[in-house]
Write a protein that binds this ligand. Structure first.
Ligand SMILES: NC(=O)c1ccc[n+]([C@@H]2O[C@H](COP(=O)([O-])OP(=O)(O)OC[C@H]3O[C@@H](n4cnc5c(N)ncnc54)[C@H](OP(=O)(O)O)[C@@H]3O)[C@@H](O)[C@H]2O)c1
Length: 286
């Protein structure tokens, strides 16, 4: 309530609003900045983990979401769960590395909803673990293709509907791995650093079309993807002690950032990377 009142005063000063505007008007305006009502958002890799948590939050904010992953049954299951919670969700299987699948994802979304307002490029591949000295070109190509090229393709495919939407926004899910040197996640980290640059480039390219492009860089989040890193309970405890937030992240921690970046509350955030790592990066000191 106090926060609403302060914002109301600031708005009156800045915009010369009538002094009679009441606090309820102000709080509904505040809420609407975060609303995704009537928007259609595609989330790749959304049958579980960060993608599913994001789709669930976006749907709770009013969006119709497109649930996507390589397996149709997994998409059906996740979409059915969201529908049972009262949300709108369309399941469409799509392997991000396959051009025809990406086109089908976009076409099926347009056929069902007739518009696309947001895209979350969340699915990624990391088929290898080990030093670059032992990395073969085939694995490198798969990682770069799935984690970078597919995103260029998909953003190209949704550019026109996003432009027509009038508030088009894209979020790429990167990683803090792309912000520091890596011994064993080398190629993956290069692709994740590439995504941050991709967001900067695409933000410039699409700004004339009114489309914003940003990246979120999660720290360690409890999902299937990070299972191997979280398998050793002692190491996890040690890590949690070293984190300023004192815990490993949950998918919902990233979902909130994604929902913000897609909403009008982030209308002035463009080409940026938002780090959500519980303070992992700032805690590294000599
Ligand atoms: N978890 C972490 O600690 C962490 C940290 C930093 C960044 N990230 C990033 O967060 C994103 C999501 O990771 P997560 O942890 O949520 O993973 P997750 O729980 O393993 O979920 C991955 C999702 O992507 C789908 N998927 C995998 N490969 C795909 C492909 N080639 N095409 C389409 N869909 C595919 C999976 O479904 P199917 O298997 O059915 O296809 C699943 O829905 C990734 O970009 C990852 O790099 C994760």
């Amino acid at each position: 309530m106090l926060q609403s009142f302060i914002i109301l005063l600031a708005r009156q000063q800045l915009q010369n609003l009538p002094a009679t505007a009441n606090i309820d008007d102000c709080s509904s305006q505040e809420t609407s900045m975060f609303s995704l009502s009537d928007r259609v958002v595609i989330v790749t890799g959304s049958s579980r983990g960060i993608g599913l948590a994001s789709a669930r939050l976006l749907a709770a904010q009013g969006a119709a979401v497109v649930i996507s992953s390589r397996r149709q049954e997994a998409c059906d299951e996740a979409a059915a769960a969201l529908r049972a919670e009262g949300h709108r969700a369309l399941p469409v299987a799509c392997h991000i590395g396959k051009h025809a699948d990406l086109q089908h994802l976009v076409d099926a979304t347009m056929a069902e909803y007739g518009r696309i307002d947001g895209l979350v490029c969340n699915a990624a591949s990391n088929p290898v673990y080990g030093p670059l000295a032992k990395l073969d070109l085939e694995a490198f190509d798969v990682i770069m293709h799935n984690n970078l090229y597919s995103q260029i393709e998909l953003t190209r495919m949704v550019a026109k509907p996003l432009q027509d939407s009038g508030h088009g926004a894209i979020v790429l899910v990167s990683s803090v791995a792309g912000l520091s040197g890596q011994n064993h996640l080398g190629a993956y980290a290069i692709s994740k650093a590439g995504e941050m640059q991709l967001a900067r480039n695409l933000a410039l390219e699409y700004s004339a079309a009114g489309i914003r492009v940003n990246t979120v860089a999660p720290g360690l989040i409890r999902t299937d993807f990070s299972q191997a890193l979280l398998a050793d309970a002692d190491k996890v405890q040690q890590l949690e002690r070293s984190l300023p937030s004192r815990r490993v992240g949950e998918p919902e921690d990233i979902a909130g950032v994604i929902a913000f970046l897609l909403s009008d509350a982030a209308a002035y955030v463009n080409g940026q990377t938002v780090v959500a790592d519980g303070g992992m990066l700032i805690a590294q000191s000599l």
